[in-house]
Design a protein around this ligand. Sequence first.
Ligand code: NBG
Length: 829
Amino acid sequence: RFGPEFAATHPLAVGPVVSPPHSVDGFVKEFLRELNFGTGVLLSRATVNDQYVALARTVAHYLAARWLEGGRTRREAGVKVVGYLSAEYLLGRQLGNALLATGLRDIVEEGLESCGINLSTLRAQEVEPGLGNGGLGRLAACFIDSLATLNVPCIGYGIRYEYGIFRQTFVDGRQVEQPDAWLSLGSPWEFPHPEAAVQVDFGGTTEEYVDEDGTPRRRWLPSWNVLGVPYNYMVPGYHNGRVNTLRLWSAQATKAFDLQIFNSGDYAEAVRAQTFAENISKVLYPEDSTPQGRELRLQQQYFFVACSLRDFIERELPADFDLHDLPERIIFQLNDTHPVIAVPELMRLLVDERKMDWDEAWAVTQKCFAYTCHTLLPEALEVWPTEMLAKLLPRHLEIIYQINDGFLREVREAFPGDEMRARRMSIVTDYPERAVRMAYLATVAGAKVNGVAELHSQLLRDKVLPDFSEYWPEKFTNVTNGVTPRRFIRLANWNFTRLINETIGTGWVTDLDRLAELEPYAEDPEFRARFRQVKAANKERLAKLLVARDGIVLPEGHLLDVMVKRLHEYKRQSMKLLHILSTYEQIISGAIDPATVTPRTFVFGAKAAPGYKMAKETIFAINAVAATLAADERTNHLLTVAFPANYNVTLAEKLIPAADLSEQISLAGKEASGTGNMKFALNGALTIGTDDGANVEIRELVGDDNFILFGMSEPEVADLQARGYNPAAVYESNPLLKRAIDLLASGHFTEGNRDAMNPLVMDLLYNDRFLALADFQSYIEAQAKVDELYADPDAWSRKAILNVARTGFFSSDRSMREYLDRIWHAKAL
Ligand code: NBG
């Protein structure tokens, strides 16, 4: 029975693979089998972690059946695949999402109960894979979720960091970073394939040689290498049977250690090469939007794209595939500049290794890539010194020069005599040092270039890449970001989900525009009352969590005002703090009657990059204010500041559904899009925000009456900066602001120690790069309007419901459809 015949025909060998039965009995059998034979323990002796691992593995079996099938049908159909290249994926916990995708939740809950196990206890055991910093990484996770749900074949490629984004703790109010050892208990969601490891070369030199046909060619003679081991993760679609792949690469030494040196007793030296190699995927760089140009980072970038291109070409395509047709089978999306070194790598594969003609290879390459820019901050646009490239990737540097030569030839032909333009557009710059501008390389190579919100795409065209958009207007486009409704409404906000389902059915989960059907219910007092019950229940759930997690007590009945995002000056957490300080100062100085103050709890969640001084000073200030306010009997029933440490996806899922007010207060023209803003609106919070990023589109959709706008517009900002901005003068001229800052500087929050607040105070007064003082008055007035609106619960909930009903546009399913139609030209299977 088990001869060659079996191997060639039986479903167990070639598929279709059958999933375990979807029944309580079927599940319990699988679960116990996994616990016994996968984990090697008896239920009677199993720890919570054993149970969690066995459960995760069991659920993974159900998914794997579909995964294997999907991979097979995709390869057979020979369709175009989206290769999402991203250095970050901020996935969040996997178990809840897998249960949702498979529809197994109720079966699992009942089955576990019959074993005396509580599902929520096991869910709480999961450590989230924090393989990203913030919006960019979370966006990648939302996108792959949507592609799976749209039944579009996609392989997400990235890095399996051994340590993800650091765990934030506070010591005396200051941020202290702990390594994120997310793998210390193992990860039941990954499928390692050490046998499929790919070699990645680095260093060395290049040389010219003459090939068999007598053609002179160049080749790379690298000096060292590492192995990339693929770890596969399943990315399930929602209730559609599709499971895509996320393939994360882990670096390993090609040679574990030197036995000769080891035997001679120098143990450290014997493993040096191994340690060096494995450093490449050791830890995520913790800078959000402001990367430091470090050599290890370039190693990481090249490492994962080299693995990914090889993987796709050699393992996903038939052996005899003609690479001239590559654009029919793959589109690589460059998630910011981090993976852009893939461009010269593909050229090297085609020209050096496959001996394709340069021009043909360039034509192929230009069709295989598209580039998304996620920032406007000049310091965030990656630039690699040619010296570093020459040392690490000498052949790639030559290829970049050759690409640039060809491109500049084109530019000079198109604009004869305009040498300044050619210099401005050159991929290689000489100032302040000779370096490669990765955004330019991506723009030249990419079939399309997009920004992530209307305003951002416009500023990208007009301010960051004006010469390029003039030259190639049709290359530039916008795709406004989105978020997955599965994780951020359906999973995170079950209370609200139930209400929505009862009102308009369940179709919205995969068709978020249908939230529009809620619009008439905004006028229904009973629906509004139920909406308020949902908020109250979510606040209660959050309060329970924060007591247990952080020992933070949330007062009842407060307006919940939330600002969660990375700590960055342009996002202006310090302006939020000034609002709190001003309110507090006015109460204690007797300027306002406490009875007129709307009781508010301000929640912050924010990690600062470890080397970002001013961001860390801001964290210290928030914590100091939080502590002082908590102890002040005059105000603590009215104003509470809560700053739970280590904000992450798991906490976001509890915080966002509880929020009344969403703080989106970046300086206009600085936040490319924001995606938290979308999650809050979709969960029924009102936004107080500037005209920045996707706030603009949120406001347009929900209407001016349902959005609290303040602050300068982007042209006004540009204008003020051109005229010369003097924060100290604003401070002198605004008594409210002056009193707030004076109080901060007075030592009131630091037991009389004035020096402690000095860095922040001085920066606000004499630098204030992001014009917090300039927008302060407008912000305070907008906050007063918030209080006024909140005083009428019915009117407030009406606005909140309209926010939900009108923001279905911000589903990442919609974003993905736009990429598919306008950029990728790929289809659902
Ligand atoms: C971030 C932007 C956000 C945006 C996300 C996702 C980087 C470089 N950019 O505004 O700051 O929402 O990308 O597009 O992290």
